[in-house]
Design a protein around this ligand. Structure first.
Ligand code: FES
Ligand code: CO
Length: 327
């Protein structure tokens, strides 16, 4: 397993999906995870696999902070230790379920399967801004690698073709030059960002009324996480975070959180807008071959306006990522 991802935090569910006393099964990096919330409200993440015969614990029951396997009824307490074996009540209780690190942030449950290399999920300071409304979109399941999906999120040259009439205009396909830099910042964390990115957009957001020139800043904040901020004309502010839940090397669940000061549009219509955009990207992403992102400079042909994509590829190489890429 790739230590970079194994020791990083990944989103696996919305917090609101798991009520006290409830369980939820999730997949992460080819590992089955069961999330469950105890009576005190604390969230737990375990391997979703009974140590007795490998059954999914999430198919069992959760009662009095005890998970009971559906197969032979073995019971497991808060720390993942077996507390009861119904078929042999005096048997030594040696069985232990693998327990993972879990925390809740940005309204989501984040899991680290290994030993956390970071204190928590990537920085997303716009989320803490009380003047911005938060809208959760997706999740979107894509049959592609998370790095292909992140790279697509950073790509502006596809707007005029894939998102024609919304984020782009076929009559204006040229991508003006922009700046790419690495950054290390107390507020934003570290990574690589692209600034002064400009695009003419017929319908830049749900609330836009007509076309406008939008300035974007893209920042890559972890190997599989990226945040864009838009600087539309006027007093509108908008940040969109894309967080990946890698299921396998070539299948990914994508979570998008918007932080924006549009308090007029309905939440449903804003989600619908994001769904439309993402569902336009999905078939393109699923058609890309190979599904893993090639990191060698000559593996695919690039032009100058692909500079941010190339910077992202170098960043992945420098982060020593192996999963979902071809080195
Ligand atoms: Fe879980 Fe037997 S497989 S109790
Ligand atoms: Co797109």
């Amino acid at each position: 397993m790739d230590p970079v991802l194994y020791n990083d935090w990944h989103p696996v569910a919305r917090s609101s999906q798991i009520a006290a006393g409830a369980m939820l099964a999730a997949d992460l990096l080819e590992t089955r995870v069961v999330l469950w919330r105890d009576s005190g409200g604390a969230l737990h993440a375990w391997e979703d696999r009974c140590p007795h015969r490998g059954t999914r614990l999430s198919m069992g029951t959760l009662q009095d902070d005890t998970l009971r396997c559906p197969y032979h009824g073995w019971a497991f307490g808060k720390e993942g230790r077996c507390t009861h074996i119904p078929a042999l009540p005096n048997a030594p209780l040696k069985a232990q379920v693998a327990v993972y690190h879990v925390q809740e942030r940005y309204g989501m449950a984040w899991v680290c399967l290994g030993e956390p290399a970071h204190a928590g999920p990537p920085a997303f300071p716009e989320f803490a801004d009380g003047l911005l409304r938060k809208v959760w979109c997706g999740p979107y399941d894509v049959q592609s690698s998370a790095p292909r999906i992140v790279e697509n999120f950073l790509d502006m040259a596809h707007f005029a073709f894939v998102h024609e009439g919304i984020l782009g205009d076929k009559q204006q396909p040229v991508v003006p030059d922009y700046t790419v830099e690495t950054f290390d910042d107390a507020e934003y964390g570290s990574g690589v960002w692209a600034k002064q990115c400009h695009a003419w957009q017929p319908q830049a957001s749900r609330s836009a009324t007509g076309g406008s020139d939008i300035e974007y800043t893209y920042r890559v904040v972890r190997p599989l996480s990226t945040i864009l901020t838009k600087h539309p004309p006027g007093a509108i502010r908008e940040a969109i975070a894309l967080f990946s839940q890698p299921l396998t090397e070539t299948s990914t669940r994508v979570w998008i959180i918007m932080a924006l000061n549009d308090f007029v549009s309905s939440e449903g219509s804003m989600r619908e807008f994001q769904d439309t955009i993402f569902l336009q990207d999905k078939p393109i992403l699923e058609s890309q071959h190979p599904a893993r992102l090639p990191l060698a400079p000559g593996a695919e042909v690039s032009v100058l306006c692909d500079r941010m994509s190339l910077a992202y590829r170098s960043y992945l190489k420098q982060q020593d990522l192996h999963y979902g890429v071809i080195r």
